[in-house]
Design a protein around this ligand. Structure first.
Ligand SMILES: Nc1ncnc2c1ncn2[C@@H]1O[C@H](COP(=O)(O)OP(=O)(O)OP(=O)(O)O)[C@@H](O)[C@H]1O
Length: 530
């Protein structure tokens, strides 16, 4: 048995350092830290050195006069070119101030309480705040994750992060949310090389965008109508960062999901508006089905090549005819190209269906329902490549209501009633990645989530509000050409008379498609665009 007397206590010998050595060590350490800080912040260091020099040389006027001059230059810059003023002066300055005085102050507390602090080797390890970039509406925080964390962990707590920093909305991106700018001019090659480094893939960081001023609170006015629609970028909505969100409508179908009165009409009308230049020139044909008896779309009738709003028989005929167009194009284009290029002679056909459930689920006539389902299935599975696209809106995105939900490559979610519906519309995991479409406040009509091209992260946008008078103006200004309905021999057209349309003078032949689209089609040999 071991007794206390058997234990040998070994104490290390204590070295007493002289006080002067301790002070010297501390001084060296602080100087090293200060020097390192100066190296990492050259602009702040140079400004401070300049300020001290001016003060020593000229006393107070040495500081006040340059500051007044700087303020005047800044004001003039803001007045003449606000966007570059934000990008080069106000944004970085505001970002620096907010980083030091807002985010750094509560960083440890926020990370810990949001569950993002980890423990390693008995120590707390926190994600590191690398940078804050501000603009008119957003603060974008670049954060280095703790080793072993993934962006999904941040996305799951995006709402907690927003409230932790005193904001209502936050979005987490696994890649830089902004695109590299287009560079032109003699120094373009150099700037492009710099951009390649700036926009390189950085899997160790995430980007947290906090909405400082909600740019989506105000109604978005309709966008100007492009004379020749660029199908790769149709302007439809405003983003949180005040930029325009554009729809890529090339070789894709679009599904718009939203509860009643959440603004599905504004999505469809924003799209019709963006296409209307092409409608008048003959580059686009709009075939519209409005099962609500024409309540939504009858105002724009002159723009539509085909319109069915009363009889379900006529709606089924319209869809059958779209399948005929599809078959005819397949026969003609097979072996020539893989993606159809819209032209005046061979236009893009966009079948717009408001309230799709009326055709797929609530229709009582079983035979008609089956006929419609088979046409829709064919259009959705084979129409994108041959330029027969479907754009559909619906309130209830369950599979029983819309069995072909997965055949829509592009999805838009407006306000929804249940959390589960968000993933049904936008795809699995979208809600976890921050698309809180079920938590839309009442004012948020026309506000929704979209998935950007090439990134899995949802973006919040507000669609432009096209009023009745805008629609009347559009219908008067951009009617479909007189021969618009005769794309193929007509099958069972609705008995309502065709509207009288003035024949429009056709423009002389020339490149109808914008360069970006032609390059895209030329470049990939006509491969699928999305
Ligand atoms: N983008 C928008 N900005 C502002 N207000 C909008 C917007 N879109 C719609 N609204 C308003 O919301 C209301 C409902 O819009 P809308 O009829 O488009 O919704 P909906 O989802 O199509 O409805 P329903 O389910 O009846 O088809 C409209 O009265 C309109 O004033």
């Amino acid at each position: 048995m071991t007794s206390a007397g058997d234990l040998l206590v070994i104490r290390p010998k204590r070295f007493e350092l002289p006080a002067w050595l301790v002070v010297l060590g501390l001084l060296l350490r602080w100087s090293w830290r200060a020097g390192w800080w100066c190296l990492r912040h050259p602009v702040a260091t140079a400004s401070a050195a300049l300020a001290v020099t001016l003060y020593v040389e000229f006393d107070w006027p040495g500081l006040v006069v340059p500051l007044a001059l700087l303020a005047a230059v800044s004001l003039a810059w803001w007045w003449r070119h606000e966007s570059s003023w934000w990008a080069w002066l106000a944004g970085p300055l505001l970002g620096f101030v907010r980083r030091v005085f807002v985010y750094r102050r509560v960083w440890r507390e926020a990370m810990t309480l949001c569950g993002l602090a980890e423990t390693y080797d008995h120590r707390r390890v926190l994600p590191e705040l690398l940078r804050v970039r501000s603009d008119q509406a957003l603060d974008v925080l670049t954060i280095r994750m703790v080793r072993g964390q993934t962006p999904e962990q941040f996305q799951k707590v995006s709402a907690n992060l927003a409230y932790a920093f005193g904001r209502r909305h936050a979005r987490v991106y696994s890649e830089r949310p902004d695109d590299p700018p287009t560079r032109t001019g003699w120094a373009a090659w150099l700037l492009r090389a710099v951009d390649r480094v700036r926009f390189r893939d950085r899997p160790t960081v995430v980007y947290l965008a906090l909405v400082r001023t909600d740019a989506l609170r105000t109604v978005v006015p309709p966008f100007p109508v492009p004379a020749v629609p660029d199908f790769t970028a149709l302007p439809l909505a405003r983003r949180e960062d005040l930029r325009t969100w554009s729809l890529h409508l090339l070789a894709t179908h679009v599904l718009v999901g939203g509860a009643t009165r959440r603004g599905k009409g504004s999505v469809l009308w924003s799209l019709v508006r963006a296409l209307s230049g092409g409608v008048a020139s003959g580059l686009v044909r709009l075939w519209v089905i409005d099962p609500k008896g024409g309540m939504e779309f009858a105002l724009g009738r002159p723009m539509f090549a085909r319109f069915a709003c009363k009889s379900f028989e006529a709606m089924a005929d319209l869809l059958d005819e779209a399948v005929d167009v599809l078959r005819e194009r397949q026969a003609r284009l097979a072996g020539t190209v893989r993606v159809h290029t819209p032209t005046e002679g061979d236009p893009l056909v966009v079948v717009v269906v408001d309230e799709m459930a009326a055709l797929t689920a609530y229709l009582q006539d079983g035979d008609l329902r089956k006929r419609i389902a088979s046409s829709l299935g064919l259009l959705l599975s084979q129409g994108a490549g041959v330029g027969v696209l479907v754009v559909a809106a619906l309130q209830d995105p369950r599979k029983e209501v819309l069995p072909f939900r997965d055949l829509f490559p592009t999805r838009i979610a407006l306000g929804l009633t249940e959390a589960a519906q968000v993933d049904m519309v936008l795809g699995d995991g979208a809600r976890n990645r921050g698309a809180l479409a079920d938590q839309m406040p009442r004012w948020a009509k026309g506000v929704g989530y979209v998935i950007l091209d090439g990134t899995p992260d949802p973006v919040r946008v507000r669609f432009s509000f096209v009023s009745d008078s805008d629609i009347r103006d559009m219908a008067a200004q951009y009617p479909a050409p007189a021969d618009a309905a005769d794309i193929l021999a007509q099958v069972g057209r609705e008995t309502a008379d065709e509207p009288v349309r003035p024949p429009l003078p056709r423009k002389p032949l020339g490149p109808l498609l914008p360069d970006s689209l032609r390059n895209l089609l030329d470049g990939d040999g006509g491969g699928a665009a999305r």
